[in-house]
Ligand binder design. Structure first.
Ligand code: ZN
Length: 191
């Protein structure tokens, strides 16, 4: 069983608002559409406001985790996440995913709209109710992964978090703060 983790917001932006990036963040942008080209960009000046959250989401989709989360994940042998240091937010890390998991977007009814010819990115990716795993996709019980498409519009494209059962239970047992909902991911129907 896999779970879709919905995270609490930490009240901060990593690189700027939905429509405008903060130039001080240093994030690269597309000359055609003006939006960020790297959804995993880490702003070295990022500051953490809600420091009691162990796993949380910025308005613009960046996932931030605490040392407690990192230690728990490592104790289970996880190896699919990168923990990028945040010099202005000691004790926290920007999370990125090494190998994302494919979902069945047709089965989910996801729509990818407004393709930018400059950066090749869809400016709107919408429609994600229950997540459906693509045929043959796999994630180990001790792992966490992002889905292979980010959802949302403009600079606020947000990764969907998929979590194995063992890790989900360990997060609950350890009382880590920041998960709003933990919903089962469906498997693709055969045939
Ligand atoms: Zn663009």
């Amino acid at each position: 069983m896999l779970y879709h983790l919905r995270l609490k917001g930490n009240g901060a932006h990593m690189i700027g608002s939905c429509d405008e990036v903060d130039p001080a963040s240093g994030v690269p942008t597309c000359v055609t559409c003006g939006y960020r080209t790297d959804p995993d960009f880490t702003n070295p000046g990022f500051r953490m406001r809600r420091r009691r959250l162990d796993i949380s989401c910025c308005y613009d989709g960046a996932v931030v985790v605490s040392d407690r989360f990192r230690t728990l994940y490592a104790s289970l042998g996880g190896s699919n996440l990168r923990f990028v240091d945040l010099p202005k937010a000691p004790g926290f890390h920007h999370l990125t995913c090494i190998t994302p998991v494919a979902l069945d977007y047709a089965a989910m009814g996801t729509q990818c709209l407004r393709l930018c010819t400059g950066c090749g990115r869809h400016l709107d990716v919408v429609g994600c109710g229950t997540l459906v795993l693509a045929p043959g996709a796999f994630l180990a019980g001790n792992e966490l992964a992002f889905a292979d498409r980010y959802f949302g519009s403009h600079n606020e494209a947000i990764p969907l978090l998929l979590c194995g059962e063992l890790l989900a239970k360990a997060i609950g047992a350890a009382g880590l703060a920041g998960i709003d909902a933990c919903e089962p991911v469906a498997m693709t129907q055969q045939g």
